[in-house]
Design a protein around this ligand. Sequence first.
Ligand SMILES: Nc1ncnc2c1ncn2[C@@H]1O[C@H](COP(=O)(O)OP(=O)(O)OP(=O)(O)O)[C@@H](O)[C@H]1O
Ligand SMILES: [Mg+2]
Length: 249
Amino acid sequence: MNISPNKLEVKGLSKKYGEDLILKDISFSVRENEFVSIIGPSGCGKSTLFNVIAGLEVPVSGEVLLDGSSILGVTGKVGYMHQKDLLLPWRTVWRNVALPLEIQGKTKKAAREKVMEMLPAFGLKGHENKYPAQLSGGMRQRTSFMRASMLPNDIMLLDEPFGSLDAITKTKMQDYLLRVLEGLNKTILFITHDIDEALFLSDRVIVLGGTPAEIIEIEEMSLERPRGREMVLSSRFLQVKKQLIRLLG
Ligand SMILES: Nc1ncnc2c1ncn2[C@@H]1O[C@H](COP(=O)(O)OP(=O)(O)OP(=O)(O)O)[C@@H](O)[C@H]1O
Ligand SMILES: [Mg+2]
């Protein structure tokens, strides 16, 4: 196996809101092209951690390094799909997805061509002229994910992208995600509440727990890619699943 350099390093990060300490001394690193999930109870500080990494919030102490340079308090360095989909209701699917391309200076025509070419991979072909209000929950999340994929950053933070979906749609979305990522060469940090989802998608799983939140476990999955659904019955999968249920239950 190739040992890739660290893409992202989070060192000794602590974050307060007012007097409340939310995150305490969080340290971890993410290798290039690695898929790392962060799992932990609701309200423990997962989105807060992403907001700090994305430069939207400043911690009381600690450091965030991207390719070895500090990005503390600097926005625009990582692609970020927020927990809420934040689609613009007055823009159609293709125009929502095209937004990051327009911001990068592409003409409307060039942006449209690129979006159209990639619509099938995201399961959105034929829906490009619909408005967000005319989409199902799964389509909205695919649109939002596709928009995030148009950002030029080679690292993406995905905050519970499939959180509100039913089990069947969620499974399909996970398969889309893995398929789409194969061609994208991105490093992914992924928040979820769902143990099976974290284990199925990730190279490593980081477990947050306690108040304030600390890292209570890091599990290396050591499972091959490409992955098929039968993986959920493998002994390694079940071993880590038991461990996480014990920690989070
Ligand atoms: N802007 C803010 N101002 C003050 N407190 C905040 C702010 N944002 C979040 N918090 C608090 O910080 C804590 C962590 O919130 P956060 O949204 O990071 O949790 P989370 O782990 O993402 O939860 P969930 O899984 O429900 O999305 C919560 O107690 C929340 O009330
Ligand atoms: Mg959250």
